[in-house]
Ligand binder design. Structure first.
Ligand code: GUN
Ligand code: ZN
Length: 450
């Protein structure tokens, strides 16, 4: 066991979920320092397929120990010390629902969901027929998100299989843990943006074979949403998922009332929106549903029974005008909830801005979230939604070494507010509400800093 770095600051480690204790801060421990390094010797067989690794070593970097600076220096005398003073150090942000191909059309004006898809999203996604364009956007998206402290995301790609290759190739070169899948659509999409029942199945299966479980990459089977897939395509996706049950399955659910009415007209026999997935084998514990705002009682009960994940995308929900996600009610019901930007329906790449929007939507429903709850949702909560909570989303021994270092006084406005802060939560809350990429001092991916 060899520690490469000891990083000092205010190191935030969750001991549990802040939603499951009396006071949210009881689920958190703050340490002076964290040691990260390789738990295995370089080159040791980890039992996983690996490609070229930018670290020059195949060993995963993990959290080795947490404690005082003095204790960790005594335990790992060879390690390089990185002193971040009072900065807050937490697990890298996990963005549980994004569309990397929408990077260039983020903040497009004036449309609600279906018009927004037709006016902005689909024309942009058609451009991904060009592999070089897909490579360019994948690199730009990963640069932008790293600058915002996001280390893992679960992304939709486009219908083009090479849009998945572009994304995984770029993430792999950065040593990054990402989840992604080819978006499947065989109706209600323009020419150049439809696949077929057979090609969606075959292309997705080939991509699973090529990428799933390679290095830190994993595949999510991705029917876009039930309006853009025929029943036959949804059934094919269900069959593919049952052949690859260790993959996630991601799609959209109950985002806008117009969309729900459209789904009901397309699937007149379905009991509700969720049933358009359930009847085709697209409901399960590894399902990840984006938005899930306007849920009916049966849908909520089924989602909880199977342990599927719901992903809250607050900047998108306000930007596209979708509605108010019932965070408090769903969490109280025991639902698995993650947090996401929904780039580019969401209006920011920043998980700080996303936490701020989640707070504001909570206020509109009379249920404000504590800073510890917001930070948990943006890290462990999203990792839990992606079934990666044993691996990423917390600074704890054995977890992969993806970290973000936040300056809690990154602008004059935040600095003067945090100077008044009573405690670390008050200080962190000012950065959550007012911060952006200027607050991100460093982002560490797999034990390497940018
Ligand atoms: N529903 C189906 N596709 C999309 C998309 O790309 N973004 C959002 N926000 N909702 C969708
Ligand atoms: Zn989406």
């Amino acid at each position: 066991m060899q520690a490469h770095y000891i990083i000092c600051g205010q190191v935030l480690s969750f001991t549990g979920s802040p939603f499951e204790v009396e006071q949210p801060d009881q689920a958190v421990q703050i340490y002076e320092a964290v040691a990260i390094g390789a738990a295995h010797d370089a080159g040791e067989d980890t039992g996983k397929r690996t490609g070229q690794d930018h670290t020059g070593s195949h060993a995963a970097r993990t959290v080795l120990a947490l404690g005082t600076r003095a204790d960790l220096q005594a335990a790992f005398p060879q390690a390089t010390l990185v002193d971040h003073g009072n900065h807050l150090i937490l697990a890298g942000f996990v963005d549980a629902h994004v569309h990397y191909p929408q990077t260039a059309i983020i903040a497009s004006w004036g449309k609600r969901l279906i018009d927004w898809l037709n006016s902005y999203t689909f024309p942009e996604e058609i451009r991904f027929a060009d592999r070089a364009y897909a490579d360019d956007v994948a690199q730009r998206y990963l640069d932008l998100t790293r600058a915002h402290g996001t280390t893992t995301m679960c992304s939709y790609c486009t219908i083009h299989p090479h849009s998945v290759d572009a994304f995984f190739t770029a993430a792999q070169a950065r040593g990054q843990r990402v989840v992604a899948g080819k978006t499947c659509m065989d109706r209600n999409a323009p020419d150049g943006l439809r696949d077929t029942v057979q090609s969606a199945y075959d292309d997705s299966a080939a991509l699973i074979d090529r990428w799933h479980g390679v290095d830190r990459l994993s595949y999510a089977i991705t029917p876009r949403f039930s309006p853009t897939s025929t029943p036959d395509q949804l059934a094919a996706m269900g069959a593919l998922w049952s052949a690859h049950p260790d993959c996630l399955m991601q799609t959209h659910l109950s985002e806008q009332t117009d969309e729900i009415a459209w789904v009901k007209s397309l699937f007149p026999d379905a009991r509700d929106y969720l049933d358009t997935y359930e009847q085709f084998g697209l409901l399960g514990e590894k399902a990840v549903y984006g938005h899930a705002i306007h849920l009916e009682a049966r849908e909520r009960d089924r989602l909880r029974e199977v342990g599927a994940a719901l992903v809250h995308c607050p900047t998108s929900n306000t930007f596209i005008g979708s509605g108010l996600f019932d965070m408090a009610g769903l969490i109280a019901q025991g639902q698995r909830v993650g947090l996401a930007t929904d780039t580019g329906g969401g209006s920011s790449f920043s998980m700080l801005r996303t936490m701020a929007a989640a707070y504001e939507l909570g206020q509109l429903r009379g249920t404000p979230l504590h800073a510890a709850e917001l930070l948990w949702l943006a890290t462990q909560g999203s990792a839990r939604a992606l079934r990666l909570d044993g691996v990423i989303g917390n600074i704890a021994v054995g977890m992969e070494a993806d970290l973000v270092v936040l300056d809690l006084a990154s602008t004059p406005a935040i600095a003067q507010r945090s100077a008044r802060a009573d405690d670390i939560w008050d200080a962190a809350f000012a950065t959550i509400m007012m911060g952006d990429d200027r607050a991100v001092v460093e982002t560490w991916i797999n034990g390497q800093r940018d």
